[in-house]
Ligand binder design. Structure first.
Ligand code: UT7
Length: 325
């Protein structure tokens, strides 16, 4: 029997219109464009308009992805939205997107793995498609982190922004060869011992409030390069591929220094890293599909290219997905 593989048919993204530059922030906070750019590579972030919620952002990205994929919304039978900033505590914002797209069949749910959310959602969708349980999946990462930031805490608020990205996957019968299109391998990890290094200090069951993001940036940084490099090696293991086969490294966009350090550690040429953090800051679960869509839009990403996506975030959670475009 020929096995099923999840093939990426298209991608899309959306950024809210309002841009806040580092210079804008330095007017309200004791910070500077120089500090933010040097430490992180971030130049600006997009901020959702009043009344614009995560499902609006995810929906806008999903519509672009569906159009590029040439797929009718009614043909989607699985929607997974990765987000840590849902519209409401429940229902899942994925069902709002499902309803807006006019889809009444299949399943739609949210996944919460903070900055690793998109990788977790992609791996989950891949497993459902490979098992033959669903045929076509919409995987979305969308966030309104501006709503959970403490805008008086310069050590965190300058780092994040709002945005969304999406991909469409379809189950195809393909033999297991790594030169064929689709998701080749994925690996996910979590280690809850580090849950207090990056968290939100509120929630429905603890404080009854939404809360604000708190981060020990230095500690997160310390673990990031090691965890990410390890998971990349684990993902490549058994595929017959090595880091030198990767055409595009599409990482979670948190800090340019982490991306450069990871690329150095796994031996990837700097020109193979897709870096968009400067344009939209850390958009958590949205950052990988935003970067992917940028590389697609500017023509870097070509059919047959080998793409490695990875992320690390609160939890800690981390993971990687290797895909042939
Ligand atoms: O998405 C996954 C989760 N997030 C991450 O991956 C983020 C990981 N961490 C980082 O990217 C970095 O640790 C940061 C960018 C958050 C911070 O960079 P750093 O080089 O680790 O700086 P630091 O935290 O060691 O702070 C250095 C100094 C401190 O002053 P003192 O104590 O040396 O006097 C901070 O108070 O920079 C100060 N500082 C700032 N100065 C100007 C902190 N934030 C700011 C700011 N503007 N916005």
């Amino acid at each position: 029997m020929i096995p099923l593989r999840s093939v990426l048919l298209g991608c899309g993204s959306y950024l809210p219109a309002k841009i806040v530059t580092n210079a804008d922030l330095s007017e309200q906070l004791d910070t500077s464009d120089e500090w933010i750019t040097e430490r992180t590579g971030i130049r600006q972030r997009h901020i959702a308009a009043e009344g614009e919620v995560t499902s609006d952002i995810g929906l806008a990205a999903a519509r672009v992805a569906l159009e590029r994929a040439g797929i009718d919304a009614s043909d989607i039978d699985l929607i997974i939205l990765a987000t840590s900033t849902p519209d409401n505590t429940f229902p899942a914002s994925a069902v709002t997107i499902q309803a807006e797209l006019g889809i009444t069949g299949g399943a739609a749910f949210d996944i919460q793995a903070v900055c690793s959310g998109f990788v977790f959602a992609l791996a989950t969708a891949d497993n459902f498609l490979k098992a033959g349980q669903y045929k076509r999946a919409l995987v979305i990462g969308a966030e309104t982190f501006s709503r959970i930031l403490d805008w008086e805490d310069r050590s965190t608020c300058v780092l994040f922004g709002d945005g969304g990205g999406a991909v469409v996957l379809e189950a195809h019968k393909i033999n297991g060869a790594a030169d064929q299109p689709g998701i080749i391998a994925s690996k996910l990890r979590s280690d809850g011992r580090y849950k207090d290094k990056l968290f939100v200090d509120g929630g429905p069951s603890s404080t009854g409030t939404v809360g604000h993001l708190r981060m020990n940036g230095r500690e997160v940084f310390r673990h990031a390069v090691t965890n990410i490099s390890d998971i990349i090696q684990e993902t490549l293991e058994g595929t017959g591929l090595t880091a030198s086969d990767i055409d595009w490294f599409v990482p979670h966009q948190a800090n340019k220094r982490i991306l450069d350090g990871t690329a150095r550690k796994i031996g990837l040429a700097p020109e193979k890293i897709v870096i968009t953090v400067g344009d939209h800051a850390n958009t958590s679960a949205a950052s990988i599909p935003l970067a992917l869509d940028t590389a697609y839009g500017d023509g870097r990403l070509q059919k047959g290219d080998l793409v490695l996506m990875e992320a690390m975030g609160g939890g800690f959670t981390w993971g990687a997905v290797l895909v042939r475009w």
